[in-house]
Design a binder for this molecule. Structure first.
Ligand SMILES: *[C@@H]1O[C@H](CO)[C@@H](O)[C@H](O)[C@H]1NC(C)=O
Ligand SMILES: *[C@@H]1O[C@H](CO)[C@@H](O)[C@H](O)[C@H]1NC(C)=O
Length: 856
């Protein structure tokens, strides 16, 4: 089906590529030298095997085009973009593929030149059968403006101050307030650093390292409960242990440069304060407890996660914060999801703005957390922290956590494909049912059929929004979707199936969850068999044909019953002779005749086939020969038209005819009367040869007369079929007569004593053989005539003759007179034309006078 690659792809994979930046910030602002980390998701929904190429792009301010920072090409080769090579070699720029769809960009130290629009791009590539690659789609994620602030060369007077500390502590623990300062030429200068509590300075380290403590804290300092140290050029620490609940409140840090004057005194520079920080100190003996309730585990993708945090023994105002640490994450930190403060105001963390998440407080001591449409990556440890502000102003908090697991989408979607009937007859519908059991998530279902080379051809794609995209012939199928809650029945009806619709079918689902396409394992393959309708074909032909040689025969192969009145027939004629089979001729369903390769030219010329109504196929063989004998088989295949107009054949039927070719019977008969004759010298006598029966009307005869004395046999005379006459014995003078078609006579003229002996004739009967040939069919001899020639001229012939005396004497007399006439005519002609004597072939009745041998 794949004829035009680009076209097919366009229809198959439209909208299959998805690229998003995860939780995209609207803009990014960094200082020069800071690290940048970005995540992008790219996935594809094609059933074809495609490769994704992925790249991070930077469109620098003022530059014409965006340039790649780093890219992963379709062969999975990583390459830095132009200008980023050195930083790539220094491992300061990295592209990592975290999972199936997640790509990260890490830049260790941002440079000012990195400022611009940053985005990721994915491309889908497919390989053609000729192994060349084609880009079939490309998508860019949203561009994020990236600002990199130059490191400001701070003037001598500018000091940056920061404070870090743990913001919640149990009473009795250590409070560590770490103060960082940053200024130019730090190591060579002097600074004073002070810690402030609720705006009041409580301790100060001077430029020479001398600690000054506020009056109220002097006792604690003496007891070692308060310590302040300079731990480095840029860091100063204040430790209070044990910390009391009264120590809670807002802390900040203040620093100022001290410039030594010419008099050796320090001159105070401008002071700079850090951001204030609220620090809570809780009493451990609080009545607060938190527990998770109502947990259904594990969750299916798309379900709603609901956690309840219940509080006991509450006295004051409550706030709650929900955090989590995903299982898949490498970080060991809990990240805030959502919080609810004392005033009932909820605040969602930036990473969850696109998620449906909320926290409610149905009763005073219950906090319900709900996260909708969970996916596998939502698995992790969820933590609820409830803080209580007591009437006396003290705050304490309690934390509880619980592990939540969400099943992977693969493990919950079940697919089963079956067909109502494994085998259908041509022209009937095929009904395939794909049962998808799944939680309610948007899914795309693809119906496909396996091709001969085991690829899959998409028939139709049904998208979650209800749109349908056909790749197969829409008129051949019907799709239907029956939604039964967690079970969706997808039906594919193949209308009026032909043999082309036979094969293996499959249904496949892909889901779009949290901006990522996920292809799920496809269904089982289901085989559809398309069978021919039952054949009603019946044929018959002549059982046996016995025919004389040289005549024509006709074998009729008749269709006596057929499957459809619109069917066509292909016929093959075969001949079997001595266990060897050969095809004589074939007529296809369009009536085109071809001769078999093994048949001889002589048969090919004499054979023909005719198709008559009935239908009957008549095979005619003209002028049959003995070699045509054998078993003739006609094989008939019935052709029907499938619903799409293509002809297909049903199984053959055959019928045989035994053909026998016979020669005519041998019926030749020559009169066999025995005779004896006493004649005087110089008398004539006749040796008749009379045929009384012949095998065929068209027979031709060759007649030969013999003389025999003792064992010596001599041929005297032969009359050939071609009317040539031949006298073979010089000592015998003969005359040949052929008075009627079946009567041949030889008369020995002027006999002498040597002519005594036994005489007989032999007749060869020749009949038509194939190919205008003649063949000797039968040989018969006459009876013997014993002749005695008396030297004294004693003639008693009239009384001695027992052998046809009464018949041959008158014939002889007539013949002699005719002969004399003809001889006279011939002599005249000979004189005039000088033509060779004695021959007048073509005349049926004629006589020849063989010239006398003068030596006799
Ligand atoms: C006639 O037939 C004989 C025997 O077949 C042959 O020898 C002879 O040459 C033939 N004569 C002619 C004129 O064909
Ligand atoms: C012919 O002659 C022989 C001997 O002379 C004699 O024996 C025989 O009977 C004769 N045959 C006839 C038919 O006269």
């Amino acid at each position: 089906m794949v004829q035009c690659l680009s076209f097919c792809i366009a229809t198959v994979i439209d909208n299959s590529l998805s690229v998003t930046s995860s939780d995209p910030p609207t803009s990014l602002s960094f200082n020069e030298g800071e690290a940048l980390s970005l995540i992008c998701q790219a996935s594809t929904n094609t059933i074809q095997h495609v490769h994704l190429a992925f790249a991070w792009y930077l469109h620098k301010e003022g530059a014409q085009d965006a340039k790649p920072i780093i890219s992963l090409d379709r062969d999975f080769t990583l390459a830095p973009g132009e200008g980023f090579e050195q930083r790539y070699r220094d491992a300061a720029i990295r592209l990592d593929k975290l999972d199936e769809a997640m790509y990260t960009l890490n830049i260790a130290e941002l440079e000012q030149s990195d400022q611009g629009q940053i985005y990721c791009q994915a491309q889908e590539w497919i390989q053609d059968p000729d192994r060349s690659w084609y880009k079939i789609s490309q998508k860019d994620a949203e561009k994020i403006p990236l600002t990199v602030k130059a490191k400001v060369v701070t003037s001598m007077s500018v000091v940056e101050v920061s404070l870090s500390a743990q913001n919640a502590l149990q009473e009795g623990q250590e409070l560590l307030l770490s103060c960082g300062i940053n200024a130019q030429n730090l190591a060579k200068r002097f600074f004073s650093v002070a810690w402030l509590w609720k705006g009041i300075e409580l301790a100060k380290i001077g430029p020479t390292g001398i600690l000054t403590v506020r009056q109220e804290y002097i006792d604690r300092e003496r007891n070692g409960e308060l310590k302040a140290t300079r731990t480095g050029n840029n860091n100063y620490q204040l430790r209070i242990k044990p910390v009391k609940t009264t120590d809670k409140g807002s802390y900040s840090c203040r620093a100022w440069p001290e410039e030594r004057g010419e008099d050796g005194n320090f001159n105070q520079g401008a002071a700079q304060d850090s951001q204030p920080m609220d620090i809570n100190i809780f009493t451990p003996e609080s009545g607060l407890s938190v527990k998770m309730e109502n947990m259904k585990q594990p969750l299916a993708p798309g379900e709603k996660l609901k956690l309840i945090c219940e509080v006991d023994g509450v006295k004051g105002q409550l706030s709650v914060t929900w955090k989590r640490k995903p299982t898949l994450s490498t970080s060991s930190l809990f990240a805030t999801i959502i919080s609810l403060n004392e005033n009932g105001v909820t605040e969602k963390a930036g990473a969850f703005t696109s998620r449906e998440v909320r926290v409610t407080r149905p009763t005073t001591n219950k906090f319900v957390f709900e996260l909708a449409d969970v996916a596998e990556f939502d698995s992790g440890t969820y933590e609820c922290t409830v803080s209580e502000t007591q009437p006396n102003g003290r705050t304490q908090s309690q934390t509880q956590n619980v592990n939540v697991s969400v099943k992977s989408i693969d493990s919950v979607v079940k697919m089963a494909l079956r067909n109502r009937e494994p085998t259908v007859t041509v022209g009937n519908d095929v009904q395939l049912m794909c049962k998808v059991t799944s939680p309610r998530v948007p899914m795309t279902l693809t119906w496909s059929k396996e091709t001969e080379d085991s690829n899959l051809n998409t028939i139709v794609v049904l998208y979650s929004n209800g749109s349908i995209s056909w790749s197969g012939d829409q008129y051949r199928y019907q799709v239907q979707v029956d939604n039964q809650g967690n079970t969706i029945m997808h039906n594919l009806k193949v209308l009026r199936a032909s043999h082309r619709e036979a094969g293996k079918y499959q249904c496949m689902v892909s889901v779009f969850l949290h901006n990522v396409y996920k292809k799920l394992p496809p269904s089982n393959l289901v085989n559809v068999q398309v069978q021919n309708p039952a054949s009603k074909l019946a044929i018959s032909s002549n059982h046996i044909i016995v025919q004389r040689i040289n005549t024509d025969i006709q074998i009729d192969c008749k269709v006596t019953s057929r499957t459809s009145e619109f069917s066509l027939f292909a016929v093959t004629w075969e001949l079997q002779q001595d266990a060897v089979k050969k095809t004589i001729l074939t007529s296809d369903h369009n009536g085109i005749i071809t001769f078999g390769k093994q048949i001889e030219e002589s048969l090919m010329k004499r054979i023909s086939m005719r198709h008559t109504d009935g239908p009957t196929f008549e095979l005619t063989i003209q002028q049959v020969r003995i070699s045509d004998k054998g078993i003739y088989m006609c094989k008939v295949a019935e052709y029907l038209q499938d619903p799409w107009g293509e002809w297909f054949s049903l199984s053959d039927k055959n019928s045989t005819t035994n053909v026998n070719v016979t020669e005519p019977e041998k019926k030749l008969f020559v009169e066999k009367n025995e005779g004896e004759m006493n004649i005087s010298i110089a008398e004539d006598f006749s040796i008749p040869c009379h045929i009384t029966e012949q095998s065929s009307k068209e027979s031709q005869f060759q007649v030969t007369w013999f003389w025999q004395q003792g064992t010596e046999v001599k041929t005297i005379f032969t009359a050939y079929r071609n009317s040539t006459l031949k006298a073979s014995d010089k000592n015998v003078v003969v005359r040949y007569d052929h008075p009627s078609p079946r009567q041949f006579d030889l008369t020995v003229l002027k006999s002498n004593v040597e002519n005594s002996g036994m005489y007989f004739c032999e007749v060869e009967e020749w009949i038509h053989a194939p190919a205008d040939e003649w063949q000797k069919h039968a040989v018969e001899k006459s009876g013997n005539l014993n002749v005695t020639v008396d030297a004294e001229g004693y003639a008693k012939a009239a009384t001695d003759l027992t052998w046809q005396a009464s018949t041959w004497i008158p014939i002889f007399a007539i013949t002699v007179s005719i002969c004399l006439c003809i001889i006279t005519i011939l002599s005249c002609k000979l004189c005039r034309r000088k033509t060779p004597a004695g021959k007048n072939s073509g005349h049926p009745l004629w006589t020849e006078q063989v010239p006398l041998d003068l030596n006799a």
